[in-house]
Write a protein that binds this ligand. Structure first.
Ligand code: FEO
Length: 423
């Protein structure tokens, strides 16, 4: 296994000059990695200039500069491209620009504010590029593709046209450190690729689909991402996998014109379960809404997250225990960070003994996740009375009407708001 600080030629005149970080076990606090990561950087030599594509985390700068110096002099560098400004790729940029002051820096439009915040140099010179713009290195051409929100607003991809290499930034990457570098030589990294997509790209599924429209038509001999193996064996299969992962999970289950409303509940004595049943029955009275009912005690967060990603609305029922909603509810809500929920509708209900805070807390959390909560939740003390079950029925019916667009958003008066807040 290669561990020396050697630059690695990936195609004639194009080298990997990145850094290995095999000891890393957690990335950005939220991501685990079983064997570290790589910060991939690349150097492209043309007949009239040298380009550096992305840099590395500041802590690994020495490794990066050692490899760069094997394949280019600083005064040869004409072009620096940053596909993404997160510090794991921009860390060595200030020092690179100090060593190669003649080089022109190319970034996306969204990257400029971030660049100023990261580098803190008001004199910093850069050029904004967008889809279709090119930079020439003489006999080689870099073409830019704007791919925002994969996974930051600034992200872009860069194609080396003559060699059909896509420098893809975080896209098609993964946290997997193996000095053998190429996907046909490293260990089995499939789980890392899937894990990375699920945690980094999945919240931006719609943006993935937009980017694929740009990237799928390209003829690619090699994908050179910013993390993990360089994809030279069957590069298109990774593009195709992104298409599969970003496509709807359940295209045939819910009719194209039906809305999907999911009701999750958990119940100590069957009271919140009764309320859930009433919410469900109320929602089912509205044509065009497919209603599903799930007991949180018997499900798993991951399958539920998959369902929620596809749904149009979610309603959550929880008892109040010690002034709080119960843990399975919070577990589910905290699992939603990996999907987009801001376009969905939400609601809450539940039985309680003496205080009943859970419903407001769930509604607040749903609003915090940017769901629309158009109907006030229903609380019932202990065993729900017929009138309270009727209110649950109405909650389901109204939420379903909102889903179908049959109810306009209601304007709540200040007096009503104050009255509700003292309930
Ligand atoms: Fe690898 Fe989003 O930084």
């Amino acid at each position: 296994m290669k561990t020396a600080l050697e630059a690695v030629e990936i195609t004639p005149g194009t080298h990997w000059i990145g850094a290995l970080d095999p000891g890393l076990r957690e990335f950005d606090i939220i991501l685990k990695t079983a064997n570290g990561t790589t910060y991939n950087s690349y150097c492209v030599r043309g007949s009239q200039g040298v380009a550096v594509i992305d840099t590395v985390k500041a802590s690994h700068s020495d490794e990066f500069f050692a490899r760069l110096e094997q394949v280019a002099r600083y005064d040869e560098i004409s072009t620096i491209v940053l596909n993404h400004l997160e510090p794991d790729h921009s860390g060595a940029l200030p020092e690179l620009m100090r060593r190669a002051p003649q080089a022109k820096l190319y970034i996306s439009a969204k990257a400029q504010l971030m660049l100023k915040a990261l580098v803190r140099d008001s004199e910093l010179d850069f050029t904004i590029v967008q889809t279709g713009d090119t930079v020439t290195l003489g006999d080689r051409t870099l073409r830019f593709f704007s791919t925002p929100f994969l996974h930051w607003p600034d992200t872009q991809c860069t194609l080396l046209e003559e060699q059909q290499i896509l420098f893809s930034g975080d896209v098609f990457g993964c946290h997997f450190c193996d000095a053998r570098l190429f996907n046909d030589r490293v260990g089995d990294f499939r789980f890392s690729f899937e894990y990375y997509y699920q945690h980094i790209m999945r919240p931006f599924r719609e943006h993935v689909l937009v980017a694929l429209e740009l990237l799928e038509p390209l003829t690619l001999k090699l994908i050179a991402p910013a993390h993990g193996p360089i994809l030279r064996e069957a590069p298109r299969s990774y593009v195709q996998r992104y298409r599969q992962l970003a496509s709807p999970l359940l295209p045939n289950e819910i009719g194209a014109h039906d809305k999907s409303l999911l009701i999750f509940y958990i119940s100590s004595y069957g009271n919140t379960a009764r309320m859930a049943q009433a919410v469900s029955e109320g929602a089912e009275t509205i044509a065009g809404v497919r209603v599903s009912l799930y007991d949180l005690q018997a499900g798993g967060d991951l399958p539920f997250v998959d369902l929620i990603e596809e749904a149009d609305g979610i309603v959550i029922g929880s008892p109040t225990i010690n002034g709080d909603a119960v843990k399975p509810v919070w577990d589910l809500l905290s699992s939603l960070a990996v999907i987009k929920v801001s376009d969905k509708l939400g609601g809450a209900f539940g039985s309680y003994g003496w205080s009943g805070e859970a419903i407001n807390m769930i509604e607040d959390r749903l609003r915090g996740l940017k769901l629309r909560v158009p109907v006030k939740g229903v609380r019932a003390r202990l065993i729900p009375a017929a009138e309270e079950l009727e209110r649950c029925h109405d909650l389901g019916r109204q939420l379903a009407l909102h889903l179908t667009g049959s109810l306009a958003n209601r304007v709540i008066s200040m007096s009503e708001l104050l009255a509700n807040s003292h309930e």
